[in-house]
Design a binder for this molecule. Structure first.
Ligand code: ADP
Ligand code: MG
Length: 256
């Protein structure tokens, strides 16, 4: 059985894509067979592993709208154990196209049931909204990881995604769990330390021990089409995502 994890937060620029890409790559580097699914029309996750939105003929759009089997759209990446289901610019209209469709929020879940045994981890990168694309990801998943920047109002933004997770759990997917909150782009200053303390107090046991520091190598690697571990393995950013992947695996073993 795969562990299917969505990386979600309705805010943009909080480190969703960076986390999805580098968690998936770190798991794959540990020889866990991993599938990264990009449901953001912007296609940043795909390009960060070297597959541009325009390089592919079929995408997650075909899976969601035309019932194309996932196997037929998986692209290889530079990492042997990492496959990618790419995004497409057609996804921009998918929210509207899906709106009137039957079983509109179950499309991804149903497609993934065909490949359930094939991957140890499926990691889904979401757009910065809580629309039908994110909903499809949440309904298909067992766990959600919420990346969060330690800034003012961080807790307020968190409330929206937590409410959405509760709604999905009460409606379409009873097994959905908040796997954890990941502090990203951490800058060592007083404000960050204060917000971190507040979040850890509010959500004891739900905030990962690993904190991702602000690290320029992490922001450079996507423009080279590489996850950080193929770009600068010695960097703090890379080491922190490798550590994070170990923490995810450890928690996974505890619940399994
Ligand atoms: P989201 O997917 O939530 O919109 P991204 O992962 O794309 O967020 O991150 C937003 C921007 O910040 C990107 O340019 C990314 O390269 C950069 N970034 C993400 N995490 C870090 C980090 N830990 N240190 C420095 N830059 C980062
Ligand atoms: Mg993104």
């Amino acid at each position: 059985m795969s562990r299917i994890i969505t990386i979600a937060n309705q805010k943009g620029g909080v480190g969703k894509t960076t986390t999805a890409v580098n968690l998936a790559a770190s798991l794959a580097a540990a020889e866990r067979s991993t599938l990264l699914i990009d449901v953001d029309p912007q296609g940043n996750a795909g390009s960060a592993v070297g597959v541009g939105r325009d390089d592919v003929e079929s995408s997650v759009y075909d899976v969601l709208l035309d019932a194309r089997p996932i196997d037929e759209v998986v692209q290889k990446t530079e990492l042997k154990f990492l496959g990618l289901v790419p995004s497409s610019r057609h996804l921009v209209g998918a929210e509207l196209e899906l709106a009137g469709a039957e079983r509109r929020e179950y499309r991804l879940r149903e497609a993934l049931s065909d490949v359930a045994g094939k991957y140890e981890y499926v990691i889904i990168d979401c757009p910065p909204s809580l629309g039908l694309l994110t909903l499809n990801a949440l309904v298909a998943s067992q766990g959600v990881i919420v990346p969060l920047q330690c800034e003012y109002y961080a807790l307020e933004g968190l409330a929206d995604i937590l409410r959405t997770i509760d709604l999905v759990r009460d409606g379409s997917n009873a097994e959905l769990a908040l796997d954890g909150i990941l502090l990203t782009m951490y800058a060592a200053n007083n404000l960050a330390a204060q917000v971190e303390k507040e979040i850890r107090t509010h959500f004891p046991d739900r905030v990962y021990k690993t904190v991702i520091p602000r690290n320029v190598r992490l922001s450079e690697s996507p423009s080279h089409g590489k996850p950080i571990l193929l770009y600068d393995v010695a960097s703090k950013g890379c080491q922190s995502y490798l550590e994070f992947a170990r923490e995810v695996e450890k928690r996974q073993r505890r619940v399994a």
